[in-house]
Design a protein around this ligand. Sequence first.
Ligand SMILES: Nc1ncnc2c1ncn2[C@@H]1O[C@H](COP(=O)(O)OP(=O)(O)OP(=O)(O)O)[C@@H](O)[C@H]1O
Ligand SMILES: [Mg+2]
Length: 301
Amino acid sequence: MDLYQRLKSRRLLVVTGKGGVGKSAMTAALGRSLAARGRRTLVLEVDPRENLHQLLDVPPSGGEVTRVAADLYLQNLKPKAVVDWLVDEKVPIPMLARRVKESPVYQRFVEGAPGLQEMAIIGHCLRVVSGQAFSRPRIDTVILDAPATGHGIYLLTAPRLFAEAITDGPFHHLAQQGADFVADPDDAGLVIVTLAEEMPVQEALELRQALAERFGRQPDLLITNGLYPPLPPDAAGAGDPLLELWRRRRRINEDELARLERDWQGPKVELPLLPIDRGPALIGALQERLEAVLLGPRGAA
Ligand SMILES: Nc1ncnc2c1ncn2[C@@H]1O[C@H](COP(=O)(O)OP(=O)(O)OP(=O)(O)O)[C@@H](O)[C@H]1O
Ligand SMILES: [Mg+2]
């Protein structure tokens, strides 16, 4: 199966990487791309700063699944809401469910239990693609814009740890299913985004290593984003501080690209820093460039 087909066949794609490298932009561009090829796609963000809607040019989702375009949907999820839904489901008497949710023990559990939020996010993804969270629309793929906090791999390992710690009941059940879901090499894939700079590349390499150790798997794709274009050979400007800055940034990029060439086995895509402000136009341009690499010049899916 070629690379694009593999991405398109995933039921879950987790987009991860260091803070500020372009995870949200790539999530939006990939979402647009898969949806344009008929894969019914939910772009899921768990960041309370809620900004994917701006990139996709729709009003904020307010926690609900919002339609963005044909076959493309967006949701901003609060992990606590998933845990609340689970209580509502298991405690069918609304007054009792409300009492549970208002109790200090429950509040402490939701905020403090290690791995609970991650387990809830993955559990939600699973419920969405298996039609349990929404019967309509039926979603084929969830693209998860992973939170920048913590190590991306924890999102994938937390359900297993949680299922081992809480050995019974609905939370155990959801965690167990989530753990099986992320471990299934046909279901879930990881897309790592980085800049060609030392720290994000280091983190990308560590993520790949952790994925290999914990799951015996490779990421589906590495996207090296925001590359400074090479300085035109006729650019004179000796002493011009802006050209010097450009030249320096480009040199760092080239060093890190060489390091990735050496240390990264597996599919990768490079994307330039584009002179376009944050917003739908940027996403369109990034989608086009991603597709040019992933699908070839003819763009046939
Ligand atoms: N290739 C690019 N060219 C130009 N601007 C870009 C490119 N990629 C991302 N950006 C811009 O860089 C900034 C960071 O991107 P984005 O918000 O997608 O990163 P992020 O990894 O989601 O950040 P965070 O970790 O804070 O969630 C945004 O303003 C975005 O519009
Ligand atoms: Mg983001």
